[in-house]
Each structure stands twice: as structure tokens, then as C-alpha cells.
Write a protein that binds this ligand. Structure first.
Ligand SMILES: Cc1cc2nc3c(=O)[nH]c(=O)nc-3n(C[C@H](O)[C@H](O)[C@H](O)COP(=O)(O)OP(=O)(O)OC[C@H]3O[C@@H](n4cnc5c(N)ncnc54)[C@H](O)[C@@H]3O)c2cc1C
Length: 495
């Protein structure tokens, strides 16, 4: 039986492991942390469970290809789904803009707010309706498709092509300016971190309004644990707290992985289901540069990355009348000399087990970019100053919350503050990135096969292979990598 060694036990590594086992390989997952799941995780603090990942999971709609894949890997098997009624509520001046689940309601409420934007609202509505038919392809990566399969894929993307042509090259801010009402401009402009192309918002809204982007109950860590159970039940093995630090390469083939605990793992195939920079620069020591990634690393303007500060708060009370997600303006405070004028929070009333009885977990996310990462990088060298900055941010958010919600005064506490450096430390994430390259107007939305020129038996897998990354890309690419290995082995792939 051929052996597959998988470096990284995130969602991509787990998916690769599950399909390796299903396809008759012996496999082992090496994970640097004591827990598997990678960025799809959660942790406990002061009686609360902080969910560190899923705000929306593409694949929550039953009988769709991506849902079937999540079910196959055990992630959604028999799990109930929480469908928030709104994507978020957005407060601006005296207006509250809702992005409801029902797209007809969205159209009606936006028309009521701004009749003068009728044309743009109708246009947005029509795009969303068209894109609702789009399903993320999961069957086969394009490099494994034959001619007819490629033609079929192109035809199925016909409607998307027209929308992509128009909005793929339009900056989100530019798109927002098409609307006359300032609240609509603001909501669209700040819907996603700066830099995204308008098309990405349309895809997100289409997925959300058709029930394809909701949240599995139990949260992120539980989802990863279910995949881990599925992997173990298929006979896979796991070596946790085991960081790969070196690869032994001979005659264009990887022979073994050497880990920081001095353990050595030999195999026939190797999958780097870890960060791409970690793979090319640390494990391959820069000896197998790939132009796809080089181009992106060297041009952060066209290929920006997103990271964030996560502030977890415990609230002594229930938030029954509160939406899941809310964005509101605040009296500005500064982080690394940049003003923060607005907060977006998610509250976990729907997950009573995430908080002590009668309490609620609240999570606030503040988007961070490369210049912010650089500032964190400098600060991180001084542990005291770094911790002081985290405390300052936590307190600023707490005060802003108390100012906006007087009922919360004296009832909030900061549970944890996570920075881009945390993602770097925990997952070896390049610049603390929590997704892959952002689809921008100038960047090319290309996929990577994960193959390494000059090496026959090692593949990259995970969120870095397809922009913009995220959990669906991780689960799909994990499977795709095993399909490529099966092809190399002349084996029929088993789903
Ligand atoms: C706060 C936050 C919110 C998010 N929200 C969403 C969301 O709502 N929806 C969505 O779709 N996505 C979301 N994401 C993104 C999503 O979590 C990631 O895209 C996905 O988990 C990436 O999976 P992966 O397996 O490709 O990579 P990772 O999760 O990074 O897994 C890589 C694994 O490899 C391990 N590793 C690294 N180097 C080594 C080494 N040398 N040796 C051994 N192990 C190593 C790491 O520890 C890690 O476990 C969010 C991410 C964050 C951080």
C-alpha cells in the first residue's frame, strides 16, 4: 500500500487524509499544533468558547455539490444549520440598512429606503438572482478534465461570464458610488475589506440569499473535530505537535519529512496542506520557486491579503432581540495611528453552550492589511508593548460597545484579543493572512494545480490554490490533490 504523508492538519489536510484513506492509501497527518483544524478553530476562555472562524460556510444548502462534499468528509453529517435572518445590519447616520436572507425583501427594503436608486437596485437584484444558479464546481479540477468536460463547464458558466466581465473589473468602492443614497453607498463600500472586486459581493449575496452560506451549529472547532473523527474512522493516523521543518529530496523525489521533534516520516507521496510561503520558502528552502506565487508575493498591491484583529467579549446577559451581525459607527480610536470609525460584531445567542448560563459571546473583527501587519511585526518584538497594545484595543472596543449599547454598561469583559501575529504563530500563516489572495480588479483570478515543477511526488493543497481561499477551497483542494495522485497511480478515484 502506498503511503501519503500530509503536512498540516487544517481543513485541506483533513480532506486530503479522508480521500487518501477512501482511495486505498496509507496516510498520516503531521500537524504542528496539538489540535487539528488549523484556522478553522475555537478555544475556551473564562467559561466561554470563542469561535475563531466560521461567519458563513458555503455549502450549507442541502443537495448541492459542495454540501455533498462537506457531508462526505463528515463536516456536516447530521448537523443542524443556523440560518441568520440577515447577512448583517448596517447602521449609518439615522438609517439602518438590512441585508436580509430573502432577496425579494432586500429589493423591497432598499427601494423603500432609496427610490432614486431603483435602476441600480433592480440591477443588483437581477445579478443576485442569476448568480443563485451558480454552484461551486467540486467534481474535478480543470487540469484533470477532458475536452468535453471543459466545454460543459464553460457553458454552465455562461451567465456568470457576463456578470464577471462587468463587475470583476470594478472595484467595490467604485460600484458603491453608483448608488445615490449615502447609506447604500456605505454599506456596499464597506461590505468587505478594501480591495475586493464588486463581483465578489454579488457572489456572496447570491450564496447567502439562497441559503448556501450559513453556519453549522457547534461552530468551527466542532466541524474540524467531526472531520478528524471521519479520518480516524477510515484508518488514518495523526501525529500532532509535530512541525515539519525539512524535506529530504533525492532524484526529483521527496523521500522523507523531518520534524522539529526529530521524528522522520517516509512516504511515496507528500502533500503540503500548509501555508504556501511556508512550503516554498521554508520547507523547499526557495529552491523550487513558482512564478504563480512569486508574482503574487512581489505585488501585494494587485494581490493583497487580508488579516484581522479578533476581539472576543463576554456579555452578562442575553441578546434575544439582536441580529447575528451588526455594523455600527463609533467615536474613532486609533490602531497603529489609523482611525477605526466603525465596528462589526457577531453575537452567539444561538449557541448557548459558548457562554456560561445567561451570558453571550460577542466577537468583533477589525480588518488588517499589509501595512498593519508590518506594524504588528515590529511591535511583536517587544512583548510588553505588544500585550499593552492588545489590552488597549480590547478596552477601546469594550468602551465603544458600552457607548452604543447602554444596556451593556458594566456587563462586558474582554476575553481575548487575537492579532495577525497570532495567525502567523499558530498556523505559520504568511503575514497572518486568514484567506488567500483577494480577488481585485487588477489581480488575475487563476487556480494553481499544486504541482511543483521538478518534483514528482509532492503537491501543495489548501486555500492558497484558489482565490479568495476559505473553507470550501480548502475542502475541495484536499480532495483534488488525491485525485491528482490517483491519476498518477492510474487508479480510479473513489468519492
Ligand atoms: C477569523 C477567521 C474567520 C474566518 N471565517 C471564514 C468563514 O466565515 N468562511 C470561510 O469559508 N472561511 C473563513 N476563514 C478562512 C478559513 O478558515 C481558511 O481559509 C481555511 O481554514 C484554510 O484551511 P487550510 O487547510 O487551507 O489552511 P490552514 O487552516 O492554515 O491549515 C494549515 C495547517 O497546517 C499547519 N502547519 C503549518 N505549517 C506546518 C508545518 N511546517 N508542519 C506541520 N503543520 C504545519 C497549521 O498549523 C495548520 O493547522 C476564516 C479564517 C479566520 C482566521
Amino acid at each position: 500500500m502506498k503511503k501519503v504523508v500530509i503536512i498540516g492538519g487544517g481543513i485541506a489536510g483533513l480532506s486530503a487524509g479522508i480521500f487518501a484513506q477512501k482511495n486505498g492509501f496509507e496516510s498520516i497527518i503531521l500537524e504542528k499544533n496539538s489540535n487539528l483544524g488549523g484556522q478553522c478553530t475555537g478555544w475556551n476562555r473564562q467559561g466561554y468558547h470563542i469561535d475563531g472562524c466560521i461567519h458563513w460556510l458555503v455549502g450549507t444548502k442541502e443537495k448541492t455539490p459542495i454540501n455533498e462534499l462537506w457531508t462526505t468528509v463528515g463536516a456536516l453529517d447530521g448537523v443542524e444549520i443556523f440560518h441568520p435572518e440577515s447577512f448583517f445590519y448596517f447602521e449609518y447616520d439615522n438609517f439602518t440598512v438590512d441585508i436580509p436572507r430573502d432577496v425579494d425583501l432586500l429589493r423591497a427594503s432598499w427601494l423603500e429606503l432609496s427610490p432614486e436608486d431603483k435602476d441600480e437596485i433592480e440591477n443588483l437584484y437581477n445579478c443576485i438572482k442569476k448568480l443563485q444558479f451558480f454552484e461551486m464546481p467540486t467534481e474535478k479540477p480543470t487540469d484533470l478534465m477532458n475536452f468535453m468536460e471543459k466545454i460543459k463547464l464553460i457553458i454552465s458558466m455562461k451567465d456568470i461570464g457576463t456578470i464577471m466581465k462587468k463587475y470583476g473589473k470594478m472595484n467595490l468602492k467604485e460600484y458603491a458610488k453608483k448608488f445615490k443614497h449615502t447609506a447604500l453607498r456605505e454599506v456596499l463600500g464597506s461590505f468587505l475589506p478594501e480591495g475586493y472586486s464588486a463581483s465578489f459581493v454579488l457572489f456572496t449575496l447570491a450564496a447567502f440569499t439562497k441559503g448556501q452560506a450559513s453556519i453549522p451549529y457547534g461552530g468551527s472547532k466542532a466541524l474540524a473535530l467531526r472531520m478528524q473523527e471521519r479520518y480516524l474512522s477510515l484508518g488514518g493516523s495523526i501525529e500532532a505537535s509535530c512541525e515539519a521543518v525539512e524535506l529530504t529530496i533525492d532524484n526529483n523525489k521527496v523521500k522523507q519529512v523531518i520534524c522539529n521533534n526529530e521524528k522522520i516520516f517516509k512516504g511515496d507521496y507528500f502533500i503540503a496542506a500548509c501555508d504556501s510561503y511556508e512550503f516554498y520558502e521554508r520547507l523547499l528552502k526557495g529552491k523550487y520557486p513558482d512564478t504563480f506565487f512569486q508574482k503574487r508575493y512581489q505585488n501585494p498591491k494587485d494581490y493583497p491579503l487580508s488579516s484581522q484583529i479578533l476581539i472576543a467579549l463576554g456579555y452578562e446577559g442575553k441578546l434575544d432581540e439582536f441580529p447575528f451581525s451588526l455594523s455600527f459607527p463609533i467615536n474613532s480610536f486609533e490602531i497603529h495611528k489609523k482611525p477605526i470609525n466603525r465596528l462589526t460584531i457577531n453575537q452567539y445567542n444561538h449557541e448557548p453552550s459558548f457562554a456560561p448560563d445567561g451570558h453571550t459571546l460577542i466577537i468583533c473583527n477589525i480588518s488588517q492589511r499589509y501595512s498593519d501587519y508590518e506594524a504588528w511585526n515590529v511591535l511583536y518584538k517587544d512583548t510588553k508593548a505588544y500585550n499593552q497594545e492588545k489590552t488597549k484595543i480590547g478596552q477601546s472596543v469594550l468602551r465603544a460597545m458600552e457607548t452604543r449599547f447602554s444596556q451593556m454598561e458594566g456587563k462586558l469583559k474582554v476575553l481575548d484579543v487575537v492579532t495577525p501575529k497570532t495567525y502567523e504563530r499558530y498556523c505559520n500563516a504568511y503575514q497572518g493572512a486568514f484567506m488567500s489572495f483577494i480577488p481585485t480588479v487588477r489581480g488575475k483570478m487563476m487556480e494553481h494545480t499544486g504541482r511543483v515543477k521538478g518534483l514528482k511526488n509532492i503537491f501543495l493543497s489548501g486555500q492558497w490554490l484558489q482565490p479568495p481561499g476559505g473553507l470550501p477551497v480548502a475542502v475541495v483542494t484536499g480532495k483534488d490533490t488525491i485525485m491528482r495522485i490517483c491519476k498518477q497511480e492510474k487508479k480510479l478515484f473513489i468519492k
